[in-house]
Design a protein around this ligand. Structure first.
Ligand code: AGP
Length: 607
């Protein structure tokens, strides 16, 4: 969602600001803007659409200076337009904001009553107006800002520059992340650390209710009581692997190809490769004390939870609920303290998941999160968290974070089974041994998807598709359909194959391609029967299965994607890969914006 970048530097900041916004653009946005402080005061440039529009405007109407704030906006209050784009400003102050100001109608009414005139439809514009009113009352910039944020309800990360204090940028946060970087040329502020990697060597994170003040060579942070906070600056480490597309056409493709590496890192983090056992110290200590597991997440992370439910039932013999975060809080389901609440989130910032976590804490539940970003709000607010070791995921469509989540969840289910005495040493060793073959098997599947282009070509002109699977292949079908929808904009539905006859079969005709996921195992026969049902009604069927499955169904399918024979434990992880690649190739053929699909944001920080 919205991205903030700000700089106070001994070099001109305009290109640094636009470069910073470029790195943040993966978060999703529909307009952008900057304010630079120079001898002419606070000078603003804003544009609707992609960053190229802002760059074009800046080459038409250049602006230079050593202090500036910048923003990519993902519209919530008010349409994507120049007038609603940030920075919002008065003649005295300019502000960029990420978050939602919930009490903005009341604040706006009070400001308008005092004669302050708004130009946009946004909640964010309330902030510069409030600060301006305080300045007009005679407060200093620092006091005006402190008093203004005290009046805000909701969440905010803001960067602020004052006309009267042109060498300084202020930043404040409550509920939305902000990171401060220190580099050779000065100080920088960003919504995430990736965007700081070009300019900063060290960083620190701002905590809720803190206000930071940066100049080119100073940084000071105060808490809500105005007391100076001493923060340790930590070296900024962004792995080589996470930088740039590294020769791939899209981040999504790079991230698909990184999955074997993610599996290897995850296995080495949670397991001992010498003994093929789980490293107990890598998991929270008290896992066996819970009698129920409640998994809560959104989107792809929710589907990871749906797959994992079956592992927790099988290996840890635990009853499991899996909920969509935005629904969970409102269900009023009876919660008991012997339930472990498990939140799954790549970003750790998803507003619905964070709100569900807070709700569970209020109900007295122990909250464990599975996160890809260790510095995220969910990491800070959970009782404990487990890491996915996926590295930075830039493509909006989640790929390596999903398989990373699956593997940690599988290992966690084994650890819970072990801790409760249900999984013995021999079984543990046998299963972990299989898992260590995963990086090689994944690489093989990715490299051998030779005919995926032909299959993608057969889907690219479809308006609708249906994905079917049974058991763990049902959540995989949901995930495959989500990937296709997100990046190719083709309508895709997913059902458990057994549900077909209870309604969805009415949709089947020769214009409804069906992607059937049928790994070998006890469900295969029944899935192939469903396959015949759709094929006899005219559907083109794309079967994802092993060689034997494809041979059995060959008279009823149009195309097949073969996944090599593998241990059943590895199937969900390996069968995910063709689904990701299929969506990717369809999107490429359609020429959509694969890494930043329309209307989507990487971390969804509004409910
Ligand atoms: C996945 O491709 C999506 N972009 C989306 O569904 C995502 O998984 C969801 O918004 C949850 O995000 P999180 O894992 O960061 O909480």
């Amino acid at each position: 969602m919205c991205g903030i970048f700000a700089a106070v530097s001994n070099e001109s900041v305009t290109s640094t600001l636009v470069g910073g916004l470029g790195t943040l653009s993966y978060r999703g946005y529909d307009s952008s803007g900057i304010v630079v402080s120079n001898e002419n005061g606070l000078v603003r440039r804003r544009a609707e659409g992609k960053l190229e529009s802002l760059s074009a405007l800046l080459s038409d109407q250049p602006v230079e200076g050593y202090v500036g704030i910048a923003h990519t906006r993902w519209a919530t209050h008010g349409a994507p337009s120049v007038i609603n784009a940030h920075p919002h400003m008065t003649d005295r102050v300019a502000v960029v904001h990420n978050g939602i100001i919930e009490n903005y109608p009341a604040l706006k009414a009070s400001l308008e009553k005092d004669g302050y005139v708004f130009e946009s439809e946004t909640d964010s514009e309330t902030i510069p107006q409030l600060i301006s009113r305080n300045l007009d009352k005679g407060m200093s910039p620092a006091v005006a800002l402190k008093d203004a944020v005290r009046q805000l309800d909701g969440s905010y990360a803001i960067a602020v520059v004052f006309a009267d204090e042109p060498q300084t940028i202020y930043a404040a946060r409550y509920g939305s992340p902000l990171v401060i970087g220190q580099g050779a040329a000065g100080h920088f502020i960003s919504s995430d650390s990736i965007a700081l990697s070009r300019v900063a060597r060290n960083l620190c994170y701002l905590d809720d209710n803190e206000i930071a003040q940066i100049t080119v060579d100073t940084l000071s942070i105060t808490n809500a009581d105005g007391i100076t906070v001493a923060k340790e600056m930590k070296p900024l480490v962004v792995s080589q692997q996470d930088q740039g597309k590294q020769g791939y056409k899209h981040f999504m493709l790079k991230e698909i190809h990184q999955q074997p590496e993610v599996m290897r890192n995850t296995l080495n983090h949670y397991c001992d490769p010498a003994t093929f056992t789980l490293k107990e110290e890598a998991f929270p200590a008290n896992l066996s004390s819970f009698e129920r597991l409640s998994i809560v997440a959104c989107g792809t992370s929710y589907y990871a939870g749906m797959v994992a439910r079956q592992w927790f039932e099988r290996y840890a013999c635990l009853p499991v609920d899996v909920d969509i975060a935005s629904e969970y809080r409102y269900r009023e389901s009876p919660l008991s303290t012997n339930t472990l609440a498990l939140f799954i989130s790549q970003s750790g910032e998803t507003a619905d998941s964070l709100a569900a976590l807070r709700y569970s804490k209020e109900q007295g539940l122990t909250c464990l999160s599975l996160l890809n970003v260790e510095t995220s709000s969910m990491a800070m607010e959970s009782d404990c968290y487990l890491r996915t070791l996926a590295g930075a995921e830039i493509g909006v469509a989640s790929t390596k974070a999903f398989t990373g989540q699956l593997l940690v969840l599988l290992l966690m289910s084994l650890q819970m089974g072990k801790a409760s005495g249900r999984l013995d040493r021999d079984a543990e060793r046998e299963l972990i041994k299989h898992l260590f073959t995963l990086p090689v098997e994944m690489a093989k599947v990715i490299d051998e998807m030779a005919n995926i282009d032909t299959v993608a070509a057969s889907l690219m002109h479809s308006d609708h598709t249906m994905y079917l699977g049974r058991g763990m292949s049902f959540p995989l079908a949901l995930e495959g359909a989500l990937k296709l929808k997100e990046i190719s904009y083709i309508h895709a539905e997913a059902y458990p194959a057994g549900e077909l006859k209870h309604g969805p079969i009415a949709l089947i005709d020769n214009k409804m391609p069906v992607v059937m996921i049928a790994p070998p195992g006890p469900m295969m026969g029944k899935t192939l029967s469903n396959l015949r049902e759709v094929s006899s009604r005219g559907a083109q069927v794309i079967l994802i299965s092993n060689g034997a499955g494809i041979e059995m169904a060959k008279q009823h399918i149009t195309q097949a994607i073969e996944v090599p024979e593998t241990a059943p434990l590895l199937q969900p992880l390996l069968y995910t890969l063709p689904l990701q690649l299929l969506a990717y190739h369809v999107a490429c053929m359609k020429g959509t914006d694969v890494d930043q699909p329309r209307n989507l944001a990487k971390s969804v920080t509004v409910e």
